[in-house]
Each structure stands twice: as structure tokens, then as C-alpha cells.
Design a binder for this molecule. Structure first.
Ligand code: EPU
Length: 334
């Protein structure tokens, strides 16, 4: 017999540190419980993983399922690779540490990304030159209406920059229950050291997965506020990708605009746009942009989700007025 918790405060489950409440709540410890709950549920549904990418703005009048299933198993192994299957509720960074301990490579650049394994494919997590899609084999997910479980292959996930089928055609239709990834063994690692300061930090050291992870952790810790100390969800907006016409127009005013070519379009760091508007380190009451990374909105304490939303709308408006660029939140707004 499943018993749902009622009118539950879930502030502690969200890294933004805002007040948050849900009408009904259930923590999923076993995938079989997921079937049981879904079978008898008629309420609107939301699924929570690590809570590190969600801005909660009002009480949810439905059922919140908190995925907390644990487990990691080696599914296949060769001289060069290992395939592991991970339950959705595992913490992503703990999996990175597990891989490093076993000398497996492929996810070291993704160290310290907060959040759960089940959430990783939804936005194709990425950092320091690597994205989940590079190690992804498949994931298993349950259809919330038919309760049928199915596998999504790499191709079917339609991964893109911070994007997948789970944010588009299949939005809210599936709950990811496990993720399979392929990691390299010693002698077969393909290391990625080109992003930002990684190489500088490595110096003359011969790179290895654990040295790269250490460098990434050092960079992240120097720029990104720890949500345990200061509420935040990492980058609030995606980096916009703009066409050549608009890029050329901005270039005439800002010849030094940083940019990365992506399929003949230009990816611009949203942090740069925000900083150009003198909004880096900007603070309004208890909400602001971080002093070392303009793309991170921080909660200095006791802010509400709607205070944060208000600041984010102001930033979007200013960026649009100055650059004609529409910033799209990376964070999910509920
Ligand atoms: N920049 C500024 N001002 C700032 C910060 C950065 O102008 O305050 C400019 C600089 O030109 C810098 C460039 O932006 O070279 C890129 O900055 P950074 O390396 O900090 O990365 P980002 O584009 O702001 C993205 C991801 C991060 C990820 C880093 C590293 C997005 C939306 N964010 O940030 O992911 O850790 O690259 O790979 O793509 C997250 O998703 O929550 C997240 C933190």
C-alpha cells in the first residue's frame, strides 16, 4: 500500500533554497513503486531528481515524484571499455567519483555537476568541452500514461546543446528510470583538455581522467557558488545561438564579442551579454547575479521563486533591448 505525503514542504530538495510546497509527494526508492503509484494516480504529475535545475515559483497542486532509486552495475566489459547501467536516483557526481576510482574515463570533465543521473539525459548535461551524449548508450524510461517501459537509444534521444527529446516531443511523457553509459579503460582514454583553463592547470602533467577531474573541480569551485552555501541552479540561461546577420550587427558595436561557431551559427556566452549590461554582481534585495559568473542567479537568503523569476525577466528584457537576443532559461520554471 502506497501512502502519499500531504502538503509537503520540499525546500531542502531544491538547490535554489526557495520556499516550495507540493500537494502530494512520494519518494520512489524502487522502480516497482513507480508503477504502483502511477497506476492509481489521477493528479497532475511532476518528477524531481536532484532539484538542481528547478525554479519553484508556486505551490504545486499535484503529485511530485521524487526519484531516489540507487544502484550501479557493470553490464559489459572488454579490454578497452566498460558499459555501466545506473539507476536514475543516483547522484551524478558520485558516479564520476566511482568511475575515477575504477580508472574509467569519459565523464571526468563532467565532475561536480549537481543533479541526478536520471536528469542528465533530459538536458544532455555538458561542461568543459564534453557532453553526456559522448558516453551515452541508452536509457530506460516509463511512459506515464501507458506504464510501458521502453528503451531510448542515443539516436532516439535527439541530443543537442542542453536539449533532448525529453524536453520536446516527449516532454512530461516519460520518466527515466536508468541510464547506460560507455566508459574507457586505461590505454583507451580520449581526454578532452582544450576548454578554458584545463590545460593551464594541468601544466606539464601528463593528463589522466583524475587529473582532468581535479582541474575541472578547481575551476568550478573558483567560479561557481556552492548551492549549500548560496542558493543557485548553475547557469540560469542557455548560451544563445544566433545567425550571422545578427552576429555581424553586434560585431560592429562589439568587435571583441566572444563566440563559438556551431553549425554556421554563433554561440555567444550569455554571461558576457549580462556583464556588458553591467549586471554582473547586480543585486536587488536578496536576489542577484553572481559576482564571479554573471550567468548564475543567486539567492542570498529568503528570496522566493517569484523574486528570482522577476530578476530573470528583467535580465531577459535588458539583453533583448540591447542585443535583440532572446535568452532562454536553462532552468526549468515550475
Ligand atoms: N564570461 C563573461 N562574464 C562572466 C563569465 C563568463 O563574460 O561573468 C564569458 C567569458 O568570455 C568566458 C565565457 O563567457 O570565456 C564562457 O564562460 P564559462 O567558461 O564560465 O562558461 P559559460 O558559457 O558561462 C557553460 C555552461 C556551464 C559549464 C561551463 C563550462 C551553459 C548554459 N553553461 O557556462 O554549465 O559549467 O560552460 O563548460 O552552457 C550549468 O549548465 O549550470 C553550467 C554551470
Amino acid at each position: 500500500m502506497i501512502s502519499l505525503e500531504k502538503n509537503k514542504a520540499i525546500d531542502k530538495l531544491l538547490s535554489f533554497g526557495v520556499k516550495a510546497e507540493t500537494y502530494r509527494y512520494f519518494r520512489i526508492k524502487k522502480t516497482s513503486d513507480l508503477y504502483t503509484v502511477l497506476k492509481s494516480n489521477s493528479l497532475p504529475l511532476r518528477v524531481l531528481g536532484g532539484g538542481s535545475n528547478i525554479l519553484w515559483t508556486k505551490k504545486f497542486q499535484g503529485l511530485l515524484l521524487h526519484i531516489d532509486t540507487k544502484g550501479i552495475s557493470v553490464e559489459d566489459e572488454s579490454d578497452s571499455h566498460v558499459i555501466i547501467n545506473i539507476q536514475a536516483g543516483e547522484n551524478w557526481h558520485q558516479i564520476v567519483l566511482w568511475a575515477l576510482k575504477n580508472n574509467y574515463g569519459g565523464i571526468e570533465n563532467l565532475a561536480l555537476i549537481p543533479g541526478s543521473v536520471g536528469a542528465a539525459p533530459i538536458q544532455n548535461i555538458g561542461a568543459y568541452g564534453v557532453e553526456l551524449k559522448e558516453v551515452f548508450i541508452e536509457c530506460t524510461a516509463i511512459n506515464t500514461e501507458t506504464l510501458k517501459s521502453r528503451i531510448f537509444s542515443l539516436k532516439e534521444c535527439k541530443f543537442n546543446y542542453r536539449d533532448s527529446i525529453f524536453k520536446n516531443q516527449k516532454i512530461n511523457k516519460y520518466i527515466i528510470t536508468s541510464v547506460k553509459i560507455k566508459l574507457t579503460k586505461k590505454g583507451y582514454h580520449k581526454l578532452s583538455t582544450n576548454y578554458g583553463d584545463i590545460r593551464k592547470i594541468l601544466g606539464s602533467d601528463v593528463p589522466s581522467p583524475s587529473k582532468i577531474a581535479k582541474a575541472v573541480i578547481k575551476i568550478r569551485k573558483s567560479k561557481l557558488p556552492d548551492p549549500k552555501i548560496m542558493g543557485n541552479c548553475g547557469s540560469f540561461f542557455k548560451n544563445p545561438i544566433i545567425n550571422k546577420k545578427l552576429f555581424d550587427k553586434i560585431l560592429t558595436r562589439h568587435p571583441k564579442i566572444p563566440n563559438y561557431l556551431v553549425n554556421k551559427k554563433y554561440k555567444i556566452p550569455a554571461a558576457w551579454l549580462i556583464e556588458k549590461l553591467n549586471l554582473k554582481g547586480y543585486r536587488e534585495g536578496n536576489v542577484g547575479t553572481h559576482k564571479d559568473q554573471a550567468l548564475i542567479i543567486v539567492n542570498y537568503g529568503n528570496s522566493s521563486g517569484s523574486d528570482i523569476l522577476k530578476l530573470s525577466s528583467m535580465i531577459q528584457k535588458e539583453v533583448y533591448e540591447c542585443f535583440e537576443i532572446k535568452l532562454v532559461p536553462e532552468v526549468v520554471i515550475w
